[in-house]
Design a protein around this ligand. Structure first.
Ligand SMILES: Nc1ncnc2c1ncn2[C@@H]1O[C@H](COP(=O)(O)OP(=O)(O)OP(=O)(O)O)[C@@H](O)[C@H]1O
Length: 239
């Protein structure tokens, strides 16, 4: 597994938010982490990205034990993430926003510009490169958030609910982009509530509930799993 998480556990005071979770993502695979609010998905992301230390358990990336290593090191090892709450620098241009990551990696301005422009092209924002980021529409802000992640040429991309609030056609554009990135070898772990997207995009789905993994399998298996339907899908699709 390119990313392997074992026995991951996180206490917040007396709250056990993540309870000994195991999961992995193979190179070039797309794995979706699903589950109701408060299941522990974002906490797992934060730990994998180095933003938070686990109370117990290990995170391995490309064979190396990276448990508790800081976000800068995880980024240097090829991890990039998007955030649920996007905060583009509104007063800066789209291109300047996309330059932050490559410059932080220590690239020269010329190389950083070329990586940033490439990332903007991939997400279809090249024509807006010189517009202030504050003027972007919501779907465009999502694309900029993706471009910011892609601008560092990651090997592992963590996506936190990128499809939220998008219309189906806009979500489909992101699905197509992620599929082409995966075809080029990118490994993707995503938290996603939009089941239509999970079903069409994920190779494998990991279902969390109350900090535990309650199911794991191909999307079709998960959709037919009684425990998942009772704990999650059933509730979400109920009138
Ligand atoms: N920094 C924190 N301090 C205290 N409790 C926290 C903290 N972060 C998360 N929690 C708690 O841990 C549990 C898991 O939260 P987490 O955000 O990981 O869930 P989630 O599955 O990502 O939910 P959502 O879909 O709403 O983002 C919740 O009970 C939450 O209240």
């Amino acid at each position: 597994m390119f990313l392997a998480v074992e026995g991951l556990t996180k206490w917040f005071g007396s709250v056990k938010a993540v309870r000994g979770i195991d999961f992995g993502v193979a190179r070039g695979e797309i794995v979706a982490l699903v589950g109701p609010n408060g299941a522990g998905k974002t906490t797992c992301f934060n730990i994998v990205a180095g933003a938070m230390r686990p109370s117990a358990g290990t995170v391995r990336l490309d064979g190396a034990d990276v448990t508790g290593h800081p976000p800068e090191e995880m980024a240097a090892r090829g991890l990039a993430r998007t955030f649920q709450i996007m905060r583009p620098m509104a007063g800066m241009t789209v291109l300047e926003n996309a330059l932050i990551g490559p410059l932080a990696r220590g690239l020269s301005l010329q190389d950083a510009r070329s990586d940033a422009r490439y990332a903007l092209e991939r997400v279809g924002l090249a024509e807006k490169a010189d517009s202030p980021a504050g003027l972007l529409t919501l779907p465009e802000r999502k694309m900029l958030e993706l471009a910011r992640a892609l601008s560092t040429a990651p090997r592992l991309l963590l996506l936190d609910e990128v499809m939220a609030s998008l219309r189906p056609a806009e979500a489909d554009r992101i699905v197509a982009l992620l599929q082409s990135l995966r075809a080029e070898g990118l490994t993707i772990l995503l938290i996603e509530h939009v089941m239509r997207v999970v079903m069409s995009l994920a190779d494998r789905v990991v279902v969390m509930h109350h900090g535990e993994k309650i199911a794991e399998g191909a999307p079709a298996e998960i959709a037919a799993d009684r425990a998942v339907i009772d704990n999650y899908l059933g509730r979400r699709t109920a009138p």
